[in-house]
Design a protein around this ligand. Structure first.
Ligand code: A2P
Length: 330
């Protein structure tokens, strides 16, 4: 088994290396890939030193699995080249997510749809992954009519330059800005690029990707995505209207029995999920679970996960793990 990480020197790529190491994924050849700027550099992984190679060299090595986290342009161009040579591509960019022939996978929710014909598999957007982890089990039992979500997204979701902007601002150093405004001691109600009708791309991704993963075009969903000056993870305030009524205890029990979900729900004890506490962890945390008294069968809850882990690297490596275990790739 040869495995390539395309974008191994990036923020998500480096997290992928950690996840591969932690989960003890079995492979014989590891191919760390980055742009021409980094080719030839050394990288430590699994107690070995590896030399970073270019993408053409990785293509010629014909890995069984290539996990891409090098931006949409690189994925658009190179994923079909790898797939054409028989490599299974797991792509963390937005390039292929809404392609009808490409499965969009959160393993706990819909890995069952994967088969031997799939050569490009898309990893969803970070905010979508943590949202559908919680929505999927609830949708099965109570039927979701409508969701209103507001996100509080960590600066780590905008890459290394965004972290540098926040750190520079904290130290009073002027430098290049990733965000259009100061992010320290502020929040910016603009995450992602411009989309239609006054929305941002992050907001539209939440709508479209959630429907695709839950395989239900009828779910109504609307989102406001906000960038906040925190590390550690993305948070989401979520309001859900169900078809069927529920008991709060049933909801807590259902969620606490889901793999990958941790319920932290004790307001009096000041226990609820927070981004700093999710940092470096693979679970999706939920709490502040309470009835919305303004509608019939309405629920409010709060969801937090590390966007670089379950929101990106962990989910992608879990897809690879699933495909290896199911012998879809070998
Ligand atoms: P490099 O470090 O050489 O720029 P981030 O999202 O944190 O900016 O990381 C992007 C990752 O994608 C980096 O590892 C970057 O390499 C890599 N990358 C960017 N463009 C290419 C490309 N054309 N081919 C391979 N890797 C690329």
């Amino acid at each position: 088994m040869k495995i390539a990480i395309i974008g191994a020197t990036g923020l998500v790529g480096r997290e992928m290396l950690k996840v591969l190491e932690e989960r003890k994924i079995d492979f014989s050849v590891f191919l760390p890939v980055a742009s021409g700027r980094s080719a030839g550099k050394h990288l430590q992984f699994n107690d070995h030193h590896y030399t970073v190679i270019g993408i053409q060299e990785a293509l010629e090595a014909r890995p069984e699995i290539a996990v891409f986290s090098a931006g949409a342009a690189t994925s658009l161009k190179w994923a079909p080249e790898f797939a054409g040579r028989g490599t299974v591509v797991i792509d963390n960019s937005s390039a292929w997510r809404m392609d009808p022939d490409v499965p969009l996978i959160v393993p706990e929710v819909n890995a069952g749809i994967l088969n031997h014909d799939h050569r490009i598999i898309a990893n969803p957007n970070c905010s979508t992954i943590q949202l559908v982890m919680v929505l999927a089990p609830l949708h099965k039992v109570y039927g979701i009519k409508r969701v209103v979500v507001s996100t509080y997204q960590s600066v780590t979701g905008s890459g290394a330059k965004a972290i540098r902007q926040l750190e520079n601002e904290r130290k009073g150093i002027s430098g290049n800005r990733t965000f259009p405004h100061v992010i320290d001691l502020n929040l910016i109600p603009e995450a992602g690029g411009l989309a239609e009708d006054g929305y941002t791309t992050e907001e539209i991704k939440l709508v479209n990707e959630t429907r695709k993963i839950l395989n239900d075009e009828h779910i109504k969903l609307t989102a406001t995505a906000v960038r906040v000056p925190v590390y550690g993870g993305h948070s989401e305030a979520v309001n859900i209207e169900f078809e069927k009524d529920f008991k709060l205890k049933e909801i807590r029990d259902l969620l606490s029995h889901q793999p990958g979900i941790v319920v932290e729900d004790d307001l009096a004890g000041h226990r609820y999920p927070m981004p700093l506490n999710s940092r470096g962890l693979d679970d999706v945390f939920t709490g502040r679970i309470r009835r919305d008294f303004s509608v019939a069968s309405g629920l409010n809850l709060w969801i937090v996960a590390d966007n670089l882990r379950k929101g990106a690297a962990t989910n992608a490596i879990q897809i690879a793990e699933y495909m290896i275990h199911q012998k879809i790739v070998s």
